[in-house]
Design a protein around this ligand. Structure first.
Ligand SMILES: *Cc1c(COP(=O)(O)O)cnc(C)c1O
Length: 380
């Protein structure tokens, strides 16, 4: 017999900061969209994943990691991966921190650094976790808007930095706009950093931008800085490993890495993930191929959408921020009926925008056609 589950009211236990948080929006559920569209195949453009797949070396490494057995805990220090990352970037391994995705490192940084009431500066529109994790700690978040042309507003950033934040979350390139800061703009931010601030440069899409003229390699830009900083990168996007959850940070000093070690769950990166990342890091040709194909395809899709009369923000990434000119939630639902999932943006001022990731050329053609039709049909 089933015991009766009595609902226990826990509401009064939940911290005020937590109760007020929005839920993370992962985009629509593929199974639900498949059922709604009646097609077995869903085109998922909601999470900026890599449509070209992982390096064959990764598949082999994961198979081998599983064959090693998963009954043992993983290496809690991730030593081999930290050394591989260190070698590839010419930094000592004691400056490398590993995370269960780089999101995990964002969270650890907030836990290690923020007191209630501390100020955090980030960008709007922006990555929701740059706001959520600080708020969990009771920090205040100031979001600096982009310009009307979706460019980085260096003057507004300098003003915000003058207010004395403890943490600064800056994504380059930015999510959701896909725009990038150039070396001069990054230098202005760095020069305006208050002494008390930790700069977190989130380069989740850095691999896609590295070949673009003017894009500053964050690690090279910050290497000599006499302020605390950390550059975050991930295997989820260009390397195509979103499903195994592994990202890393390069910190200004070993003490920062040690602080994160104190707050993280000890086995935060699992064994198959560590092995997958080592293999991915070693396959330069696969990464270069992904980056090259992404740049060609993103330009083709952006052109297709612009030809249909849509405003598309120039992107240095594997996704596009698109003004549909009508409520984005409505457009997203219409796309669901065609089996396509995008993210309808919810931040104030951007409610007519969707963010759509790149897929394979055939899927992208379907997306461009469907979105163009939806936006031609009910001209506002
Ligand atoms: C995707 C993303 C991340 C991190 O993703 P992980 O899968 O946790 O490594 C971090 N920052 C931004 C801006 C992103 O878009």
């Amino acid at each position: 017999m089933n015991p009766v589950l009595t609902p226990t009211p826990s509401t009064s236990l939940i911290r005020r900061e937590v109760a007020g948080l929005p839920l993370y929006d992962p985009g629509a559920d593929p199974d639900e969209v498949a059922a709604l569209s009646g097609s077995g195949r869903v085109i998922k453009l909601s999470n900026n994943e890599n449509p070209f797949g992982v390096s064959p070396a990764v598949a082999e490494a994961v198979r081998k990691a599983l064959a090693d057995g998963v009954s043992r805990y993983p290496d809690p220090t991730g030593r081999r991966l930290a050394e591989a990352v260190g070698r590839s970037l010419d930094v000592p391994p004691d400056r490398v921190v590993l995370g269960n995705g780089s999101e995990n490192i964002l969270e650890l940084l907030c836990q290690a650094v923020l007191d209630p009431g501390d100020l955090v500066v980030t960008q709007a529109p922006g990555f929701s976790l740059h706001e959520t994790f600080p708020r969990v700690m009771g920090a205040r978040v100031q979001k600096v808007p982009v310009t009307a042309e979706f460019e980085f507003d260096a003057d507004a950033w300098c003003d915000a930095l003058a207010a004395g934040p403890k943490l600064v979350f800056l994504a380059n390139p930015c999510n959701p706009t896909g725009a990038m800061l150039d070396a001069g703009e990054l230098a202005r931010v760095v020069a305006a950093l208050p002494e008390s601030a930790l700069l977190v440069l989130d380069e989740a899409y850095g691999e896609f931008a590295r070949s673009r003229p003017g894009y500053p390699d964050g690690l090279e830009a910050l290497r000599g800085l006499d302020r605390p900083w950390i550059v975050l990168r991930t295997f989820s996007k260009a390397y195509g490993l979103a499903g195994v959850r592994v990202g890393y940070g390069i910190a200004s000093d070993p003490a920062l890495v040690q602080a994160l070690d104190r707050v993280r769950t000890p086995y935060n990166v699992n064994h198959p993930a560590q092995e997958a990342a080592i293999a991915a890091l070693g396959d330069h040709a696969h990464l270069a191929d992904t980056v090259r194909r992404t740049a060609l395809e993103i330009a083709r899709v952006a052109d297709g959408l612009r030809n249909a009369g849509l405003r598309v923000v120039p992107s240095s990434t594997n996704f596009l921020f698109i003004d549909t000119g009508r409520p984005a939630g409505h457009v997203a639902r219409e796309l669901h009926r065609a089996g396509i999932i995008v993210k309808a943006w919810r931040e104030p001022g951007y409610e007519t925008y969707i963010r759509a990731s790149l897929s394979t050329p055939g899927d992208n053609d379907v997306f461009v056609r469907c979105l163009s039709e939806i936006c031609a049909k009910d001209k506002p």
